[in-house]
Design a protein. Structure first.
Length: 598
């Protein structure tokens, strides 16, 4: 508590200060420290000359941290915003921005730059980072000798170009003269722990350059990065299945599960465009076969994050065993001298072909035995990631429920049937009344525009899922904006997902236009992009009157659709190829071109 006799304040000020200080949290006191420091530095400008020199020598200079995120599904954005909040809590001046919203001229004045970047598809930047990525690698990029930076890269090691966007930014920033605060960290799908460690190192570096705090203040500021406020991979919600339907008709080549889950009493909220993450369990038969091929006992105890569990339980519930990645193959190589295996991993093209569609059982059967024990084997594996599915329902239409649309994956390689981990877990092992572990994954880059804006939705197959949620939401809100859906699949009779609902919406006027393409119903295959070209003039007219375009589906379809959009813009707008690309990029900046691509 302040006292009048040993402070520069009068009695009234002391009383007021004591009343305020008594109510502040440690974080608020730290923020106030930073604020007063900044104020003091500004005040120095007006101080007498002899006092100015003394003040500058004893007061740290207020500096600014810029955090930019490149995010497709929201993970990078979530981390960036949490990092920003934590730095602000310790009194630093911070701005957090999507790369698409960041003014590139500001780089000339940037001091500390933190980049959190995910990688999309085959090494490509996310949609909200394409323009910034191009600028930084182009001729107009400025020298950045004045910038100190750090990069956190998010990715999935099952892809060939793992964390490539983060690597691109890290390398290019160095080429432009910027200096690293800390080394880049490349995170796999289970990123929380690595991200927390990276940020701890960044924060420590910034502490040394910014205002110094007392040990008690630093301890108060050392907040822990958490993956989710409520439900997450580590703390999922256990949801009951209230409906399960195969949407495909008899005779279809496909199996698509419509799953309805109860979120009753969870407090979970989501918006159309968000995803539901389902934590799967591996196939019991595959686990048994793998343990047998390894020559281990199912009951053998292994350590998983400090907890002793059986090998069988670890392989069923914790570790990924169906997907081969380059990092995994390199780890396995440490446990064998098999020349064929080492020759395989040294030839990139051959390795890529081998890993496609195969699993750990193939490796063990073809290249074993290996000189590991059960714990050594487990230590090679990564945690099984939750599978994310676009939510196909609106909370307004179905309160306390979440619906998902799951395409079941089954295929054959080398005479053995292979099963999609989560899709067949749902299709083969779960029924109405069973429970499944879930959490919501926000998708801030795939969101409905305002109610008055027309929307064009392009979603073949299970890509139609979020658009069911979009139309439900707009119907419940009485939105006036027109809605146009392009849907495609193999056969009209067996594969028209949610057919009755679309036709009812079309009849009621909620759905303005519906164009469908069933590729196998005629000799020449017809896809959604063919239907787009057929209606090119009207589609362009919708764009000109302000419509937003949404695309959901796999990366090959998304690429074809984008090329078709560019062709339509060029053709109907009488534009050059370059002008058409600029037109589409402007739509992206205005959030009128959004994609959810997998």
């Amino acid at each position: 508590m302040l006292e009048v006799i040993n402070s520069p304040f009068n009695e009234k000020q002391v009383k007021q200060l004591n009343e305020v200080l008594a109510t502040l949290t440690p974080q608020q006191k730290i923020w106030l420290t930073g604020y007063l420091t900044a104020s003091a530095n500004i005040g120095v400008i007006e101080a007498p000359r002899e006092m100015t020199q003394q003040a500058v020598a004893s007061s740290p200079i207020q500096k600014h941290v810029t955090i930019l995120y490149a995010s497709q599904t929201g993970n990078a954005q979530k981390l960036a915003e949490k990092f920003g909040d934590q730095l602000q809590q310790i009194g630093l001046e911070v701005s957090v921005s999507s790369m698409s919203d960041y003014k590139t001229n500001a780089l000339k004045k940037a001091q500390y730059l933190l980049i959190v970047a995910s990688t999309h598809g085959e090494g490509e930047p996310p949609d909200n980072a394409i323009a910034f990525h191009s600028f930084l690698h182009g001729k107009r990029a400025p020298k950045l000798d004045h910038v100190q930076y750090a990069v956190l890269a998010l990715g999935d090691s099952s892809y060939e170009y793992f964390c490539q966007t983060g690597k691109d930014f890290d390398i290019q920033l160095e080429k432009l003269g910027a200096k690293r605060l800390v080394d880049r960290v490349d995170c796999d799908v289970d990123y929380a722990e690595q991200a927390e460690k990276w940020f701890g190192e960044v924060k420590e570096k910034l502490h040394s350059e910014f205002t110094q705090f007392t040990p008690s203040e630093q301890e108060a500021a050392a907040t822990v990065l958490q993956e989710e406020t409520e439900y997450s991979r580590k703390n999922p919600f256990v949801a009951e299945i209230i409906e399960k339907i195969n949407l495909n008709g008899q005779g279809s080549n496909k199996e698509t599960i419509h799953l309805e889950l109860s979120l009753e009493n969870s407090g979970i909220a989501f918006e159309p465009g968000d995803c539901l993450a389902i934590i799967p369990i591996n196939n019991q038969t595959l686990v048994n076969s793998l343990i047998s091929a390894l020559g281990f006992e199912a009951s053998t105890k292994v350590d998983v994050d400090g907890t002793s569990v059986t090998l069988e339980e670890a392989l069923l519930k914790t570790f990924e065993i169906t997907l081969l990645t380059k990092p995994l193959m390199n780890k396995i190589a440490e446990y064998t001298e098999n020349k064929d295996f080492h020759a395989l991993i040294e030839n990139q093209e051959t390795l890529k072909q081998f890993m496609n569609g195969r699993d750990l059982l193939d490796v063990v059967e073809q290249f074993g035995p290996f000189n590991w024990d059960a714990q050594g084997f487990i230590n090679c594996l990564r945690k099984i990631p939750a599978r994310q599915y676009s939510i196909s329902s609106s909370l307004l239409a179905y309160p306390e429920e979440a619906h998902v649309t799951i395409g079941v994956v089954r295929y054959e390689v080398d005479g053995r049937e292979r099963l999609g981990v989560c899709s067949t877990y749902v299709a083969d092992q779960l029924e109405v009344g069973d429970q499944v572990q879930v959490y919501v994954q926000k998708n801030p880059n795939f969101k409905l525009v305002d109610d008055d804006t027309p929307i064009i939705m392009i979603g073949p197959g299970t890509g139609v899922a979020p658009f069911r949620a979009f139309v439900q939401e707009r119907e419940e809100r009485g939105a006036s904006g027109e809605n146009w859906l392009f849907f495609g699949d193999q056969h009209f009779v067996t594969d028209f997902l949610y057919q009755r609902e679309w036709l009812n919406w079309l009849k009621s006027g909620v759905l303005t236009k519906l164009d469908v393409a069933f590729s196998r119903d005629q000799e020449e295959k017809v896809y959604v992009q063919h239907k787009m070209l057929k209606h090119a003039k009207e589609l362009y007219a919708w764009l000109e009157k302000g419509a937003a375009v949404y695309v959901c589906g796999d990366k090959n379809m998304a690429k074809d659709v984008q090329e078709t959009l560019l062709r339509i813009i060029q053709q109907e707008g009488n534009k050059s190829e370059e002008d058409a690309m600029e037109y589409l990029e402007e739509l992206r900046k205005q959030k009128r071109y959004q994609r959810d691509v997998y």
